[in-house]
Design a protein around this ligand. Structure first.
Ligand SMILES: O=C(O)C(=O)C[C@H](O)[C@H](O)CO
Length: 304
């Protein structure tokens, strides 16, 4: 297999997403797995560091990753373990997640599973606030991986992805700011960043993350596009207009496409433009994974 460029560390989930007719459609989620799929569909080389249970949901996830061409060398199958699941429901306020993931196989992945050699073999390590919030064990694994990446001179990309069902805001704030101090590429969403930083102005939030140490910040603004900065210059990329039905995983899709094209072009502004379009396209179908676009779908689309 070709060398993995981006390693994504965290918890995959089996998804049940409620469609307009009320039925629940099976699919896949878990933020870092969504990012991995977005990278793979852009033609990037990507691997996961994770753990699933030896159950039907874990099997389905592993089949999906194989179909997408994602390297699962570092995905362990925990005998007797359960793979986490989540439900997505929709109302006028948007989408809502209900989790069944406590004690999941991924939550039991510890620092001992992370090797310096694995981390040093990649070009970027990607992880998130969900990976930090799921359990203390997975947090220790995430922190160990980030420290190894730093020692190996590997850039760390981090989305603080706040989930207050997993941990209190105060803890999330402290832990994710600490991680951000070791991060090169910050990929926050505006709502999460407002809660975590206490700031409301997008420019001030970007400056805050630069001050913590990130070289590149891409702040996704939901329906308002993206603000991207390399600390010397910043650009607002306006939204790509689509008929959105489900924004589940749109931020993850942005992150995966952004990192793929950042590696390809070394230009965060070009990468953010492509990712902005791809993330908008991903909201036109239900589920975190099924509507993630391919490279040619992103490149050939015309705004309506
Ligand atoms: O919320 C989580 O922990 C998930 O991983 C579920 C979704 O797939 C993810 O949040 C979308 O960003």
């Amino acid at each position: 297999m070709a060398r993995t460029s981006i390693l994504c560390l965290g918890e995959p989930l089996f998804e049940l997403n409620q469609a307009a007719d009320g039925s629940f459609r099976p699919g896949f989620g878990g933020d870092v797995s969504n990012v991995a799929v977005a990278i793979a569909r852009q033609g990037g080389k990507v691997g996961l560091i994770s753990q699933v249970g030896d159950d039907r949901f874990g099997d389905a996830l592993r089949r999906m990753w194989a179909d997408e061409g994602i390297d699962t060398t570092h995905v362990n199958v925990l005998e007797g373990g359960d793979t986490g699941i989540y439900f997505v429901t929709h109302d006028e306020d948007g989408h809502h997640f209900t989790y069944r993931r406590k004690g999941s196989a991924a939550s039991q992945l510890g620092a001992g599973a992370i090797s310096a050699q694995t981390i040093a073999s990649a070009r970027i390590l990607y992880t998130s606030g969900i990976s930090l919030g799921v359990s203390e064990t997975l947090r220790a694994a995430t922190t160990a991986a980030v420290n190894l990446a730093r020692s190996a001179g590997l850039p760390v990309a981090f989305d603080p992805n706040l989930r207050t069902r997993l941990w209190p805001l105060e803890t999330a704030r402290k832990v994710s700011h600490d991680l951000m101090r070791n991060c090169d590429i910050a990929l926050p969403g505006l709502d999460d960043a407002r809660q975590l930083t206490g700031l409301s102005d997008p420019q001030a939030i970007v400056a805050f993350y630069h001050d913590l140490g990130a070289r590149i910040v891409a702040l996704t603004l939901g329906a308002k596009g993206v603000l991207v900065s390399d600390s010397r210059q910043s650009a607002h990329i306006p939204p790509f207009r689509v008929n959105a039905v489900d924004a589940t995983g749109a931020g993850d899709c942005f992150n995966g496409i952004f990192l793929t094209h950042l590696l390809r072009t070394d230009d965060p502004f070009v990468a953010a433009r492509i990712a902005n379009t791809g993330a908008a396209l991903s909201t036109t179908g239900y589920g975190a994974v099924a509507p993630i676009p391919t490279y040619s779908e992103v490149m050939n689309v015309k705004e309506t």
